[in-house]
Design a protein around this ligand. Structure first.
Ligand code: PMT
Length: 398
């Protein structure tokens, strides 16, 4: 009952997936939450207020300008009452209205008037989900710290298939429970590396890799959402800093090493999601190298191993490494766990459109006496699950 006593406003907007929302109310209440339901006009075309009244045991709110309702719990009171606003299903329309700050009905007004965290569970046709406008709106909302759960991939109501299904009510409740059982993470200092490093060859060229930084940034967002103080040491990436996260930009592995070591001793958790170049060019040319007909040899020397150095600190943080492998994923990850003396390692298969520079991921997380698979799922959901798992390990470590 980890949602015990938590005040949740469930906003339901007008999509076919609204038929699952009464089940969500039931499950939230079973987990101990107090639930008040707000229906948009569109939602009422699919489900009736009476259904929600029966499952929530509370009056259902539908209108912003309803004088009778305002004499009960008015919209501002409702906004203050909420510990969390959950919108499931969230249609493309409600996402657009929230992204642009509209307050033309009760639900959107509540979202503007509340200081509580907001979680959206999008559900719509897969083409609508992938439309440029919806992508932009989702990015705006996530940048503001609004959390997205789903959508799930699979068969859709109209007979097509793709990303757009409402996440199952059971999984939504599990995700919310994870968020409120993160007491081990809340208040901790989490240090994260993300993105590639660029190792210069000459003033205009460098050695790099395909890391976009998405995995590390998703972890930073999830840790901040779980109440941690987050420092994110980022290689060269084109991503927006998640709300509440301290960001340090670096280019090379050496700079990343320095930035991490300056913070690692006082961190509680270190997560190495960056794809750090293992080697750098021994002699960086002062001037642009000239083309010739001869072959060119670059001498490379090893970069410092940031993760290994942090794991070797006396009374250092709990260390979580990543292993990016193209074959024998578990075996290589297991070897890195032991060799680098890590507390946990998250292994992902990379190459052939997996791991690097894509939205989704699957992680095999391994520690001394256990392992768990996370995903396949969007990186933000995998990140939330990994932060939860790290919190559990921290709890067990006492
Ligand atoms: O950034 P994205 O596009 O979202 O892609 C995500 C990702 C695939 C980059 C990410 O999920 C991932 O796997 N990151 C680790 C990539 C990597 O460099 O793995 P590795 O197996 O080569 O290194 C093992 C571990 O040692 C990693 O935690 C790495 O950060 C760390 N390391 C490696 C070398 C070095 N000099 N210093 C390090 O800290």
């Amino acid at each position: 009952m980890t949602l015990s006593g938590r005040h949740i406003i469930l906003g339901v907007s007008g999509g076919i997936a609204a038929y699952k929302s009464p089940d969500l109310v039931r499950r939230l209440r079973e987990a101990g939450a107090e639930v008040r339901v707000v229906l948009t006009r569109g939602a009422q075309a699919f489900v009736t207020p009476l259904t929600f009244q029966a499952v929530s045991h509370q009056a259902v709110h539908t209108d912003l300008l309803d004088a009778d309702a305002e004499t009960g719990m008015g919209h501002l009171e409702l906004a203050r009452w909420a510990d969390e606003i959950l919108i499931a299903p969230a249609t493309a329309d409600v996402m657009a209205r929230l992204a642009h700050g509209l307050a033309d009905d009760l639900l959107t007004t509540l979202c503007l008037a509340t200081e509580a965290p907001i979680t959206l569970c999008p559900a719509m046709n897969h083409i609508m989900w992938q439309a440029a406008a919806t992508r932009d709106n989702a990015e705006i909302l996530e940048r503001r710290g609004i959390r997205m759960l789903g959508p799930a991939d699979g068969p859709l109501a109209e007979g097509e298939s793709g990303p757009g299904r409402l996440m199952e009510p059971r999984d939504i409740v599990t995700a919310l429970q994870g968020e409120s059982s993160h007491s081990a993470i809340a208040g901790r200092h989490v240090l994260i590396t993300a993105g590639p490093t660029h190792e210069p060859i000459d003033p205009v060229r460098f050695i790099a890799n395909r890391s976009s930084g998405r995995m590390g940034f998703a972890l930073a967002a999830a840790a901040a959402q779980a109440g941690a103080r987050v420092s994110l040491v980022a290689g060269p990436v084109k991503l927006t800093t998640p709300p509440g996260v301290e960001r340090v930009d670096v280019k090379t592995a050496d700079q990343m090493h320095e930035a991490v070591m300056a913070r690692a001793a006082e961190a509680d958790i270190f997560i190495a999601a960056a794809a750090v170049a293992d080697y750098r060019v021994e002699q960086i040319a002062d001037q642009k190298l000239k083309k010739s007909d001869n072959s060119l040899t670059l001498n490379l020397k090893p970069n410092p191993d940031i993760l290994k150095d942090v794991a070797a600190l006396p009374s250092g943080p709990l260390t979580v490494g990543f292993a990016a492998e193209t074959e024998s994923v578990r075996e290589h990850a297991q070897a890195k766990l032991v060799d680098k003396r890590l507390d946990m390692i998250a292994a992902n298969q990379v190459g052939d459109g997996m791991g690097f520079d894509v939205d989704g991921n699957t992680l095999d997380v391994i520690w001394a006496d256990g392992e768990q698979r996370l995903g396949p799922a969007p990186k933000r959901d995998v990140a939330t699950a990994l932060i939860q798992l790290i919190g559990e390990r921290l709890n067990e470590a006492g």
